[in-house]
Structure formats: C-alpha cells, structure tokens
Design a binder for this molecule. Structure first.
Ligand code: ADP
Ligand code: MG
Length: 684
C-alpha cells in the first residue's frame, strides 16, 4: 500500500470496518463517531484487570481471575430455567462454570471435554464450590495472552458489548498507518516521545487515566495543541497578508484629551495605547484583543485610540453588547470630545426611524466620525464612507469564525480591536485568541480602593439590614444577587421574586428586580432606574450586564455564593467599587462550607487581580468548566488539557514562532486533518 492510501484509512467511514454493520454504525453516529479517526479519540475510561492467573487452590471470591482448567464433566439439567453446569479442574482444585440461557451444542463447542482451556471471569462461591457464572472469556490455551491482561473499557461498549468493541478497536489500532513524522527527531528524543503510531496504540493499551502526564499521552496532546496553534497562526497570517494604508496621525486630539482628563492614565493603559497606535500606523491590519479586568479603564483606551484613526481621516465603529452600555460609552465620548470637532452618533434598536435614516445618511457622507451602537451596527444596510477601525467591547463569546467574518466585513483598511473583561488563564488565551495579538491592562487606576470582601452564613442575614440602611442613608446603592439554580430559568426567576418581596417589605419603594425572564428592553429600563438612583437596591439573578458603570453601587451581596465559580464571583464583585468610596462584597453561604469553598473565599479575599483569580479558578475547577467558554459550545480539544499541559502550550507556541514564516510544505497536513482543524481553516 502506498502512504496516501494508508493515511486515508483513518478518514474512512467506520462502516468500512469489518464487524461494523448498519446497526452499530448508526449507534456510533449518534455518538458523533463517523470516521475511523473518531474512534481513536474515545479513550478507555477504565480497565478490567485479567492478569491474576493462579491455580484453583488460590482463588479469591469476588475477584476476577484468569484460569487454566480441564473440562471434566457436563451437567445439562433437563428442567427449564436451571443453568448448565460444567465441572472443571486443574492439579490443585475444582471449579464449576455456570451458564444461564445457553445451548448444549454451544457449550460442547467452546468447552470440549478433557481439553485444557483458558477461562476468565469473576469468582463466585455456591454450595461449598467455586464457580464462575457466564465467564467473560473462554478460549484455547494458545490464546492466553489475549485474555490475561489489562483490558480497556470503553463507554461506547454500553451499546456494543465489550468483546465486539474490543475486536473493532484492536483492528483499528493494528491497522494504523505509518505516518511520516512531523516533529523533529531531536525534539522527540529530548521529550522522550515515541512516534505517533506507537503512542496512539499505547494510549489505548495502558492505563492512561492516571497518565495524563505520561509521555505517551503528552506526545498526542502536544500534537493537538500544536495543530490548534498552527491553525491560529495561519489565520493570523491570512489577516496580515492584505496590506492596508498605514494610518497617519500626530496624536493631536488624543494628547489634548489626555491633558483634560480628571485622572492620569495608568502605565498599563499607556502601554496598551502605544501597542494599538503602533498597529494603526503599520501596514499590517490590526487584529488585537485587549484584556483588562473589570474597572481597569478599557473604554478610555478605546476612545483615545479612535481619535487617532479619526485624525487620519477614517471613520470608527464602536460596538457594545447592550444598549445601556452603548449609551454609557456615547455619553463618555460626548463628554471628552466636548471642545473637539469630532462627530459622534449613537445607534441602537431604540433609535427612531427618522433619526436612524439621518444617521445612516451622515455615515455614508462621512459626516460622522465615530458611531457607537449595539450589534445593529453591523447590519447590511449600514454603509460607511471610510471605515478604518472597529472596536468591539466585552466580547468574549465570539468564536474564531465570527471574528474572522467581522474582520472581513470591515474591509481591508479596517483595523479590529476586541476588548474583553474576562481575564482568562494564559493557556486559554492562546486557545481562544491565538490568532490575535494580545494586550493586557494589568493595573487598576491607582486611587481605586479594592473591594472589602466578607463571608457570612445565611442564618445571620438579619445582621445585614442595619448595614444596608446605613449605606442607603449615605447615598450608596446595593446589588443583591440571588442564588443561581442550575438549569432552571424558572426557578431562578421565582427565587429572585421571593427575595425581592422579602427585601421590598423591609425597604418599601426602594427595591427593583431584574432577571433573565424579562424582555431585553424591560431589563434595560430597570438598569436605567438603578443608574438614575430611582431605586437603591437591585435584586438580580447573576445576569447583571457586564461593563455598565454604576458609580454609586457600593455594596454587593451574593447569596449562596458557593454556587458561583471563582472568576464569576470576581466579575460580580467588580460591579461595585467603581467610584471613589470604599465598596464591600458580602458572600452569603448556606450551611457548612466545603474545603474547596473555603479555599475560594480565601483567594477572593486575598486578591483582586482578575488574571490571578482566573488561573486559580481553572486549577480548582479544571478546564472545560470555565464559565462563558463552556456556554459557547465550542469544544476545542479532544485530549489536550490547558490545566495539565501548560508546559506543552509554551513549547508549541515557541516552536510555531520558529517555523511560522516557512510553512510552505505540506508537512503538517495530516496532523491538521487528524484533529479536525482543517475545516476551521478552509471555511475562512
Ligand atoms: P472597564 O475596563 O471595566 O471597561 P471602564 O472603562 O468602564 O472600565 O472604566 C471604569 C471607570 O474608571 C470609569 O469611570 C473610568 O472613567 C475610570 N477610569 C479609567 N481610567 C482611569 C484612570 N487611569 N484613573 C482613574 N479612573 C479611571
Ligand atoms: Mg468596559
């Protein structure tokens, strides 16, 4: 066989395997297994140990043994429902094999009289005799090695049966093609990695469960990480390939604005602004994400850099996830552009028809320099005259493809900047934003006090009322976050209503309620009422919009706080303490706390560094459970794990940096195909 054909084997449909008929292939399809390759990534979840091989005087009841016995006598009762019994022995003892629902002919065939046979199964004891009921394996003695071993168990066998599935997967593993190695021999040697085929075979053979850091597992995880980052790098190249006109500016407007601000930019903000400005002035298109914790001051960074684009005679679009946030950005822009000739417009779902028409016309005639809005900004009918910069705020749920299509829509002259308020661990950063350049705002504005974080058992809730009363008297506002009841919008909603009624009785006319079942517009109205201080307490499920600045909100109370993840608690806490006053976060908890919960509270109390918290969160919860990304429904890895394989990410990142400028050959084609990454690429 030639190599190409051999490689194709993995991408054939499973039905091409002997032993997989219509029924099994349908069953597998339901489990999303269509190609032979898919079978490889369904790893055994545990093993059956059939290695215990002893003479019959050394059996232990309840354990699985493999034995070598001679069939001595059959006992086929003529009464229905009684099992067939086969008496066997070796030099040291006797044992009965018991078969329910079996035919005599079958038994005589698999267990011929006077012949030595290998049997494996769980040892039972009945009427003073050892027995095995329905043995798992009965086979000839030259076949002993097939049975006397650790045998992988696959979750798939629930519908197929251990022995049949074993036959299928063993055949597949045996038939794996010899593939030309894509990693350097020196690298494999240094890492103690085996070739792909051997690693793949061993991954199924050995007890990988405890071996996520074994060299076999790591070699394959590395392949996967490598292929993912490689695709990201290719995407990035693709974006950078189209050359744009560099934006030309002297920062005249932005310097003027900076001088008029009531505060000093942090060093971090300055650094990020600088990075963005370099991109704007370069021939390559910007495709950058700014990460900064809640309250780190991303908006001003976006607006200041936008002024450079405007100075360079291009238009800017600033997209926010909600109307209220778009409006807040708009107000800020108007304020800081007060004495500057920049034309800003706001467009949302609520903008009335006439006004909208006017805005669209002005946009087309290049009379608007900066347009701020919700996702309606990217509707087809919106035409720009000379769009040069797209800013997307709080956007952490965009997949790679969506991002690329946005970049495309903007045209070749358009620079793209994402801003995300969800700090995520470094490995996740590479996974999700590996195709983008990354800027990080790591400091908070100097004067900001960190939020005091306290924990309290729920039974002591009564102690809160005087504290809340005092806060209201001092002009402060309060968020009350209701327990999150998983998988039930209705329950969340009813518990929030109950809590609202309860608090409303204590503070009449001062309380508002917001939850996920409300319409978007109603939610925004309530948030506006809170922003305008028409209410003092806002009872809410965990849906409070990200990013809205409530400068008077100083106290946040989070019920049943151990239901939330660490990073989520940090995000919630970030809703308060945006003004100058000291803010407080109170974590209520039910009953006694688990070790993990205590640890989490401790971390929250000890730091307000979102990046650090994100790392800890991932360690505590494991990858795959990080809020937000999980919801995006994108499963990035088959076997790699950003928590356990952090070192491999670093290695892959460095390796790709070395080779990414010389990627003309097809060396990695198979690798990319193996991990299904080719599709992502070809669809762009
Ligand atoms: P986020 O990064 O969460 O989007 P914002 O841009 O909404 O943060 O900023 C939060 C608040 O901090 C705003 O009121 C903003 O005016 C203020 N702010 C931004 N930068 C600074 C700074 N360097 N010093 C003091 N306050 C700042
Ligand atoms: Mg923001």
């Amino acid at each position: 066989m030639n190599i190409v054909k051999k490689n194709d084997y993995l991408f054939n449909n499973v039905s091409s395997i002997r032993g997989i008929g219509k029924k099994i292939s349908k069953y597998l399809k339901n489990k999303k297994i269509e190609k032979i390759n898919d079978l490889l990534w369904h790893l055994p979840y545990s093993y059956t140990d059939r290695r215990e091989f002893v003479s019959l005087d050394r059996l232990e009841i309840g354990k699985i043994f493999t034995i070598k016995v001679k069939v001595v006598k059959y006992n086929f009762p003529r009464i229905r429902n009684l099992p067939n019994k086969i008496v066997c022995e070796d030099e040291k003892g006797k044992i009965d094999l018991v078969y329910f629902n079996s035919r005599e002919g079958y038994i005589r065939k698999i267990l011929p009289i006077n012949k030595w046979t290998i049997v494996s199964g769980k040892i039972g004891f009945y009427k003073n005799r050892y027995q095995i009921t329905n043995p798992d394996y009965v086979t000839s003695i030259d076949n002993i090695d097939y049975v006397k071993k650790l045998i992988p168990r696959y979750s798939l066998t629930e519908g197929i049966g251990e022995k049949s599935y074993r036959k299928i997967i063993e055949k597949v593993l045996e038939n794996l093609p010899n593939i030309k190695e894509w990693h350097e021999a020196s690298f494999l040697k240094k890492m103690n990695f085996l070739d792909w085929k051997t690693s793949m075979q061993k991954l199924h053979e050995e007890n990988f469960e405890k071996e996520i850091n074994s060299n076999v597992y790591k070699r394959l995880a590395y392949d996967e990480i490598f292929s993912h980052l490689l695709i990201m790098s290719k995407n990035r190249k693709k974006i950078k390939k189209y050359k744009k006109k560099p934006k030309i500016f002297k920062k005249l407007i932005s310097i003027k604005i900076v001088n008029s601000l009531a505060f000093q930019l942090t060093e971090s903000q300055k650094k990020v602004i600088n990075e963005i400005e370099n991109d704007l002035a370069s021939k390559e298109r910007m495709f950058r994400v700014v990460q900064g914790d809640v309250g780190s001051g991303k908006t001003i960074v976006a607006l200041l850099t936008a002024t450079n684009v405007i100075e360079s005679k291009f238009q800017c679009a600033f997209m926010a996830p909600t109307e209220i946030l778009a409006k807040q950005h708009f107000e800020l822009a108007k304020k800081i552009f007060k004495n500057i000739k920049i034309n800003v417009a706001l467009i949302t779902g609520k903008t009335d028809h006439g006004k909208k028409k006017e805005i669209l016309k002005n946009l087309k005639d290049n009379k608007i320099n900066l347009i701020i809005g919700t996702h309606s900004l990217f509707q087809k009918k919106i035409e720009f005259n000379k769009l040069g910069f797209i800013i997307i705020d709080e956007q952490h749920k965009f997949g790679v493809k969506q991002r690329m299509s946005l970049a495309k829509k903007g045209g070749n002259e358009c620079d793209v900047l994402l801003m995300s308020a969800t700090p995520i661990p470094r490995t996740m950063m590479l996974t999700f934003y590996g195709d983008m350049d990354i800027s990080k705002i790591t400091e908070k504005p100097a004067k900001r006090k960190s939020v005091v974080t306290l924990s309290k058992p729920e039974e002591k809730m009564n102690e809160l009322w005087p504290f809340i009363r005092k806060q209201i008297k001092n002009g402060n506002q309060i968020f009350w976050i209701c327990p999150l009841i998983e998988e039930s919008k209705i329950l969340n909603y009813s518990s929030a209503i109950k809590r609202f009624d309860f608090i409303e009785k204590k503070f009449p006319k001062k309380v508002g309620l917001i939850h996920g079942a409300l319409k978007k517009e109603d939610k925004e109205d309530i948030l506006k009422n809170f922003l305008n201080k028409k209410i003092d307490i806002l009872v809410s499920t965990s849906i409070i919009e990200v990013g809205v600045d409530f400068p008077n909100a100083n106290l946040i109370i989070i019920e049943n706080s151990n239901k939330f993840g660490l990073a989520q608690l940090h995000q919630l806490r970030g809703r308060v303490g945006r003004g100058d006053k000291q803010a407080t976060c109170i974590l209520l908890f039910k009953g006694s706390l688990s070790k993990n919960a205590i640890k989490r509270i401790k971390i929250l109390k000890s730091t307000d560094n979102g990046f650090l918290i994100a790392e800890e969160d991932m360690k505590l919860r494991g990858y795959g459970d990080i809020s937000g990304f999980q919801q995006s429904g994108i499963k990035y890895f088959k076997i790699a794990d950003p928590v356990h394989h952090e070192d491999l990410f670093k290695l892959a990142e460095n390796q790709i940096k070395k080779i990414e400028n010389n990627l003309d050959n097809n060396k990695y084609d198979f690798l990319i195909k193996l991990f299904d990454k080719a599709e992502v690429f070809s669809e762009l």
